[in-house]
Design a protein around this ligand. Structure first.
Ligand SMILES: *Cc1c(COP(=O)(O)O)cnc(C)c1O
Length: 409
C-alpha cells in the first residue's frame, strides 16, 4: 500500500505542513501513530477536542443520530435542532442562535447580522457600515474575514478585500473609541487572542470596551470559537469580566471534536434582522450536528468540565510559571488555554514543538514564537506533570545546546 502521507503530499494542496507523524487512533488525551507509539495530545485540535478524543457519549450521540436521520437542509424542520438551540441559548444567556458548520461561517454570519443591523436598526446609510476588529486577530479564512487579518501571509495574494474593515490595537480601549464613527456596526473581538499567541488583554479592557460600545450604539461581538465552552475556566471567556456582548460565535468544541458545528448567538434585536432566505447553509443545523452539539453541551454541564478546566488550568499555569528556564520569555493564559513564549535567541517555537513530539507530547507553535497548549479537559494532573516535565527537559537540552561552544566556529 502506498504510504498515506505520500498520497496526501502528492494529491493534496500544500496549504498545511504537518509534523512528521501519522496518527491512526485517538482516545481521551491520547493519540497513537501508525507505528503504535502513544502521544499525549496537548493541542486538542486547537480546542476542538475539549472532551477528549472519541468520547463514548458523543460517539453514541453521533452514531445513533446518523442511523436514524441524516441531513435534510432547513427546508423542513427536524426534531433535533430546536432542543440544541434552546440549550445553547439557555447556557449562554443569548436570545437566539443561528447554526452553521465551521467557525469562519459563524463569524461571517455575525458580520452579516451586524451590517444588516446597522442599516435597519441603527440607520447607517446604504453600504457604509464599518466593522472594527483587533490587530493580531484570527477569525477564520474566508475572504471577508481574511480582510480583517494583520498577518501578511494570510492576506498576500488574496485581495481585494471588502471595504469597511477597520483595525485597532488589541487591549487598547481608547483606540477603539477613537476608531468608532457614526457608521460603525460592530466591534468583533476574541476575549483572548488564540492564534495570535494566547494574548490576554489587560484587566478591565472588556469592561471599558462594553461601555464604549454601548455609548456609541456599536454592537459588541465576541468570537469565542476557541476560548468558549470552558476553555479558559469559564463557560465563555468574556464572563471573566462580567460583561454581556450583543452576539457571540461558538465553534470548535461545540462539535465535540467529531463533527463541524458552529453557531452565532445574539440578542433578539440583532438576530431579528434575518428573514427567510436572507442567509443559510445546507448542512447548518442538520440533525447530526444538533444531536452532537446538544450532547456536547450536556456533557460540559453534567461532568462539570468548565470547573475542571479552571482547576487544572490553575495547576498547569502554576507548574509552568515555576519552570525557571532561561528559554522561556513569558507564560500566558487562562484555564487550559496557555501559551509559552520562547526567547527567539534560545530557540524557535517549532524546534520546541518538534522536540516535544520526539518525547511523545503533541503541541503546536503559533505567532510570537509561542508554544500553544489546549489539552482536552479530561486530562489528569499526572498527565499535566508529564507534559510539563517533558517541556522542562526539552528546554534544558535546547539551552545547553545554545550555550555550548559550536564546533563549526
Ligand atoms: C479557529 C477559529 C476560527 C475559525 O474556525 P474554522 O472552523 O477553522 O473556520 C474563528 N475564530 C477563532 C477565534 C478561531 O480560533
Amino acid at each position: 500500500m502506498t504510504n498515506a502521507v505520500d498520497l496526501e503530499k502528492r494529491f493534496g494542496a500544500a496549504n498545511y505542513a504537518p509534523l512528521p507523524v501519522t496518527i491512526v487512533r485517538g482516545e481521551g488525551v491520547h493519540l497513537w501513530d501508525d507505528k503504535g507509539r502513544r502521544y499525549l495530545d496537548m493541542l486538542g485540535a486547537y480546542s476542538a477536542v475539549s472532551f477528549g478524543h472519541c468520547h463514548p457519549r458523543l460517539v453514541r450521540a453521533l452514531t445513533e443520530q446518523a442511523g436514524r436521520l441524516d441531513i435534510l437542509s432547513r427546508v423542513y424542520s427536524n426534531d433535533r435542532l430546536g432542543p440544541f438551540l434552546a440549550r445553547a441559548c439557555e447556557l449562554t444567556g443569548m436570545d437566539r442562535a443561528l447554526p452553521m458548520n465551521t467557525g469562519a461561517e459563524a463569524v461571517e454570519t455575525a458580520l452579516k447580522a451586524a451590517r444588516k443591523w446597522a442599516y435597519t436598526v441603527k440607520g447607517v446609510a446604504h453600504d457604509r457600515a464599518e466593522i472594527i476588529a483587533a490587530e493580531g486577530n484570527f477569525h477564520g479564512r474566508t475572504i471577508a474575514v481574511t480582510g480583517l487579518s494583520t498577518v501578511a501571509q494570510y492576506r498576500d495574494g488574496f485581495g481585494p478585500f471588502p471595504p469597511g474593515l477597520v483595525l485597532v490595537p488589541f487591549g487598547d480601549a481608547a483606540a477603539l473609541e477613537a476608531a468608532i464613527t457614526p457608521n460603525t456596526a460592530c466591534f468583533l473581538v476574541e476575549p483572548i487572542q488564540g492564534e495570535g499567541g494566547i494574548v490576554v488583554p489587560p484587566q478591565g479592557y472588556f469592561t471599558d470596551v462594553e461601555r464604549i460600545c454601548r455609548a456609541h450604539d456599536v454592537l459588541l461581538i465576541c468570537d469565542e470559537i476557541q476560548t468558549g465552552l470552558g476553555r479558559t475556566g469559564k463557560l465563555l471567556a468574556y464572563q471573566h469580566e462580567g460583561i454581556t456582548p450583543d452576539g457571540v460565535t461558538l465553534g470548535k468544541a461545540l462539535g465535540g471534536g467529531l463533527f463541524p458545528v458552529s453557531m452565532f448567538l445574539a440578542t433578539d434585536e440583532v438576530m431579528g434582522v434575518f428573514n427567510p432566505g436572507d442567509h443559510g447553509s445546507t448542512y447548518g443545523g442538520n440533525p447530526i450536528a444538533a444531536a452532537v452539539g446538544l450532547a456536547a453541551l450536556d456533557l460540559l454541564v453534567e461532568d462539570r468540565l468548565v470547573e475542571r478546566a479552571a482547576d487544572l488550568g490553575d495547576y498547569l499555569l502554576a507548574r509552568l510559571n515555576a519552570l525557571d528556564s532561561p528559554a522561556i520569555a513569558e507564560v500566558r493564559g487562562r484555564g487550559l488555554f496557555v501559551g509559552i513564549e520562547i526567547h527567539e535567541r534560545a530557540a524557535s517555537a517549532l524546534d520546541v514543538v518538534e522536540a516535544l513530539m520526539g518525547a511523545g507530547v503533541l503541541t503546536k507553535e503559533t505567532h510570537r514564537n509561542t508554544v500553544r497548549l489546549a489539552p482536552p479537559f479530561v486530562i489528569e494532573k499526572a498527565e499535566i506533570d508529564e507534559a510539563v516535565d517533558c517541556l522542562a527537559e526539552v528546554l534544558d537540552d535546547i539551552t545547553a545546546e545554545a550555550l555550548a561552544p559550536s564546533a563549526s566556529h
